[in-house]
Design a protein around this ligand. Structure first.
Ligand SMILES: *Cc1c(COP(=O)(O)O)cnc(C)c1O
Length: 342
């Protein structure tokens, strides 16, 4: 059995979480503050605001936008965030590189998705750019705002979690209020400052991070060099195994969060690997092919490039603890399913 993913959690994460539990402060407190400072420094952003998920972070970052362009080739979170923010969703097709290619003039915001850790264009002529950076932790901030995910399968995990980063103190201050009930100060500030006072300034969300989660995130951040090196080694081994075969390997990635190949008969390959106990996944079923988005009027055929990529794409296991033997076994199973002689 080779699972699609296994998180890289070790003794250092365990010790950090236990220390957070023993501190007596379980909600958002000093460890969240420290993690924000360290993460902001790592992505070279002036401001970092920890949240409960990237989905919540995207929703908060899009407040007040009217029309937001989102590539259809992405995860459900992106479409839902636009709609929860009260904006109109404008789905667009992607290029052959899986990245957002064009944005209609009428959009006042753009959400480039750095698919599989490849940088999408972030210059969109004066419109607010909110990057979905879920796949390129902890790459640098490129647009106005970037939102990272620390979901269990992501390169840096806190179980569930996310981070909004920006150079703008105004955007960051608003995010700090909106992640916690629209309140002017969090419980830790009130506790540390010895005051019970707060004022509610908006109908905010409940989307803060917790201290035990931040403690795990801090350790994962410090381990990014080691974890990325492991994923890079696996990608190189796959690349070598697929040379001169019908398997089209991905171009390079900043994070190697995913290793997405293009194969002629994706479903047959996925089934063959499943039959051998090898987990795979497909990133992504384009948004406009889901029932909910079809109920909003989109139809199959609307975004031909995304549909073609979707039909051929398969994500292979690429988690830091994989052995050379396991990577070889996955590659051999893919080639076997395609009838390529070993
Ligand atoms: C994982 C992911 C998200 C959502 O992240 P959460 O932290 O689970 O909300 C958003 N966009 C993309 C591209 C993702 O892969």
């Amino acid at each position: 059995m080779i699972p699609f993913h296994r998180p890289a959690i070790g003794d250092a994460e365990r010790r950090a979480v236990v220390a957070a539990l023993d501190s007596g402060w379980l909600s958002m407190g000093p460890r969240v503050r420290d993690f924000e400072d360290a993460f902001g420094t790592a992505v070279r952003a002036q401001e970092a605001v920890a949240v409960s998920s990237a989905t919540a972070g995207l929703t908060i970052a899009l407040e007040g936008r009217k029309r937001v362009a989102v590539p259809t080739y992405t995860f459900a979170a992106c479409g839902a965030a636009v709609l929860h923010a009260g904006a109109k969703l404008v789905l667009v097709d992607v290029g052959e590189d899986y990245l957002i290619a064009d944005v209609p003039d009428r959009c006042d915001a753009v959400m480039p998705v750095h698919f599989a850790g490849r940088r999408a264009r972030v210059e969109w002529g004066g419109r607010l750019v909110v990057e979905d950076a879920a796949h390129c932790v902890p790459g640098p901030l490129g647009g106005d705002v970037a939102v990272y995910s620390f979901y269990a399968t992501k390169p840096l995990t806190t179980g569930e979690g996310g981070m909004i980063v920006t150079h703008s103190p105004e955007i960051a201050d608003r995010a700090r209020i909106m992640r916690l009930h629209g309140m002017s100060a969090g419980a830790w500030d009130r506790y540390a400052g010895g005051s019970w006072r707060y004022s509610v300034e908006a109908a905010g969300w409940k989307a803060n991070m917790t201290d035990p989660a931040a403690a795990m995130g801090m350790v994962q951040l410090l381990r990014q060099g080691e974890l990325l090196a492991a994923r890079t080694r696996i990608a190189a081994q796959y690349d070598a195994a697929f040379v001169d075969t019908p398997v089209q390997v991905p171009p390079t990635s900043e994070s190697w969060h995913l290793y997405v190949v293009r194969v002629p008969d994706r479903d047959r390959v996925a089934d063959a690997l499943a039959a051998r106990g090898i987990g795979t996944s497909v990133h992504f079923i384009p948004l406009h092919l889901h029932p909910y988005y079809q109920s909003l009027g989109w139809r199959p055929g609307d975004f031909p490039v995304a549909e073609r990529l979707y039909a051929e794409s398969l994500s292979l296991p690429i988690w830091p603890g994989m052995t050379e033997g396991q990577v070889a076994e996955v590659a051999e199973a893919v080639l076997g399913a395609l009838g390529v002689p070993a």
